[in-house]
Design a protein around this ligand. Structure first.
Ligand code: F6R
Length: 608
């Protein structure tokens, strides 16, 4: 993770670097730093904590110079202290780094044996030390020293370096972590993504895997892994320069939860012809009739979206689907077939685990598709087909609107697969699409329960552990509910298949353990309610989420309930996601945790 920015400017660049870092804070926010070259001298400012801490430091001790790099960190090696904050530097070079250097321990020892003195516990510091070693002991020029250094490092990383005595030079490398070079008018930029560079330029060149580049104000020379000069295309980025605002909400997460009726409608409009009520997929999508197997993979919330879609692909398309978390997929001998397809789901499009799983599936000849929110991301660029969602920028670390939009796109793909495979009739398609078209309105209705959910959250906030249960499509949603709650309120929560409670977790039940029961009035309703009765008979506190009729039929003795609009049974997770998200949100606000930037997390997880 971590965000990198670099500028070769005309005036002092530190204020612009800070502005760029603000747009990269989603990648990590436990410490930050900026380094510049001013009249040949390297200098830097660093601070632990959020970017605001660095801003305060720089207000007191401003940093001049027209050449600079900046970094916002998500700690991997070493605690988030000032000493471990980037840029790391020697007198000769200052470096920012994103990713992990796997062989840092042996390199560090080798450098120490040669007289280097390290100040931090990070893996990143070997980079400036190694470059300095080549500059000083072998008299290399900066580019040669940089290239020699990256050749020695194993792992997945992106680097940017500036050098003392070099006002018109920045060198960078990409191996596993994305980097975008921005072209200005007599100025050049570097960023972890095009979004960070949007206030400065929309003319972007993306580095390919293994590329490294020497940037000067007049332009950039790019080299591949072997040191051969290569040309990479300049593209026009559509990333917006506007800063995303909270629009009157207390947190981005609240804003993003409330945006769902609108963004879900936008996503539906990308896939649905509202007149014929049929699905139109992007050109070049899978040949579903010929497909014999679909492998779906993703991480976290996106993985749960994939798990829900498995029920849809199996019901509507009778397509064999397997879903696995991306960080595990590669460690299995997945029996990929020549007519198989692989579908990856990612909001950011930069998740390292998902990207690695994608490359693995590609190496087995699978056609690769991605459900993606950021169309210029690495995952989008490496896929054969993109299924975009229209969630817009998601700033809150906890994924909310991207999840419901992913579900919409996945439902549309599954319906199209069902038609192509002759399982769904045109009439079936029209009916399911009709139900899908109602979801934005149902989401608006579901949001009206905010007030009552906030009250329930006051009690939930007192709990130390919480269970979520559901059956069928509600089972992955139970896991998503538990994830949402734990990541922003820090309350331990687990999601279970309702039928699984009696096989172990029921031993946990007592009057202090609330159980959130997700029970739309579907074919599984009665069985789920029986599971709820089993836990209530043992003193458990049940919070039932169902529609009005469901709540009436569920019987007495329920601790509390949340009424959800009646929905289509298969599409229920799209609507039930709202109370799940609001419950987590209000529990976190009651506890006073940092909702948008919860501890230890980052929005874009670019390390494996
Ligand atoms: C949870 C959350 C994470 C992400 C996961 C994948 O609220 O946001 O679990 O869903 O890190 O991220 P993307 O979708 O960007 O690949």
């Amino acid at each position: 993770m971590c965000g990198i920015i670099g500028i070769l400017g005309k005036n002092d660049v530190a204020p612009s670097i800070l502005a760029g870092l603000k747009r990269l804070e989603y990648r990590g926010y436990d410490s930050a730093g900026v380094a510049t070259v001013m009249t040949g001298q390297l200098d830097r400012r660093r601070a632990p904590g959020k970017l605001s801490a660095l801003e305060a430091v720089m207000e007191e001790r401003p940093l001049g110079g027209p050449t600079g790099i900046g970094h916002t960190r998500w700690a991997t090696h070493g605690a988030p202290t000032k000493t471990n904050a980037h840029p790391h530097a020697t007198e000769r070079v200052s470096v920012v780094h994103n990713g992990i250097i796997e062989n840092f321990a042996e390199l560090r020892q080798e450098l120490i044996d040669n007289g280097a003195v390290f100040e931090s516990e990070t893996d990143a510091e070997v980079c400036p030390q190694l470059i300095t070693h080549y500059l000083e002991t072998q008299n290399c020029a900066p580019a040669e020293a940089f290239h020699n250094a990256i050749k020695r490092m194993r792992g997945a990383f992106a680097f940017a370096a500036i050098f003392s005595g070099e006002d018109d030079l920045m060198i960078c490398a990409r191996k596993g972590s994305p980097l975008a070079i921005g072209h200005g008018d007599g100025e050049m930029y570097l960023g972890s993504d095009a979004y960070a560079l949007a206030p400065f330029t929309n003319r972007i060149t993306y580095l390919d895997e293994g590329d490294w580049a020497v940037i000067r104000r007049a332009g950039v020379d790019i080299f591949d892994n072997g040191g051969k000069k290569v040309l990479r295309p300049e593209t026009i980025s559509s990333a917006s320069a506007g800063i995303v605002e909270k629009d009157g909400h207390r947190h981005f997460m609240a804003k993003e939860i409330h945006e769902q009726p609108e963004v879900v409608a936008h996503t539906i409009s990308r896939y649905v012809d509202p007149v014929s009520k049929t699905i139109k997929l992007p050109d070049g999508a899978f040949d579903f009739a010929a497909l014999d197997r679909l492998t779906i993979s993703a991480c976290g919330t996106a993985f749960y979206a994939g798990q829900i879609s498995k029920y849809w692909f199996e019901r509507w398309a009778k397509l064999p689907v397997e879903v696995d978390i991306a960080s595990e997929l590669r460690y299995r001998d997945v029996p990929y077939t020549p007519n198989g397809g692989a579908l990856f789901i990612s909001q950011s499009g930069e998740t390292a685990d998902t990207l690695a799983a994608l490359r693995d599936a590609k190496s087995y000849g699978q056609k690769i598709a991605a459900v993606i929110n950021v169309p210029e991301s690495s995952i989008a660029r490496e896929s054969d087909i993109i299924f975009p969602i229209a969630a817009g920028p998601e700033v809150g670390v906890a994924s909310t609107k991207a999840f419901t939009c992913q579900l919409v796109a996945l439902a549309c793909i599954a319906i199209a697969a069902g038609r192509a495979r002759g399982i769904l009739t045109l009439q079936d398609e029209i009916e399911i699409v009709g139900a899908l078209l109602e979801t934005p309105r149902k989401l608006s209705e579901a949001l009206k329960a905010s007030g009552s959910i906030e009250k329930i959250a006051h009690d939930i906030a007192k709990a130390e552990d919480i269970l979520y249960i559901g059956r069928g499509v509600s089972y992955p949603l139970a896991m998503e509910g538990a994830l949402k709650l734990k990541e922003i309120s820090y309350i331990h929560a687990e999601g279970y298949a309702a039928g699984e409670l009696k096989h172990g977790p029921i031993a946990l039940i007592d009057e202090n353990l609330p159980v959130v029961v997700i029970a739309p009035l579907d074919a599984h309703f009665e069985k789920t309610v029986s599971n709820m009765q089993e836990l209530m008979a043992r003193g458990g506190k049940a919070l039932l989420m169902s529609c009005k009729k469901g709540l009436q039929q569920a019987g007495d003795g329920i601790w509390t309930s949340i009424e959800i609009p009646e929905t289509d049974n298969m599409l229920a997770p799209i609507v039930y996601a709202v109370p799940i998200q609001l419950l987590a949100y209000f529990t976190a606000t009651t506890k006073g945790t940092d909702v948008d930037q919860p501890r230890n997390l980052a929005k874009s997880v670019t390390v494996e």
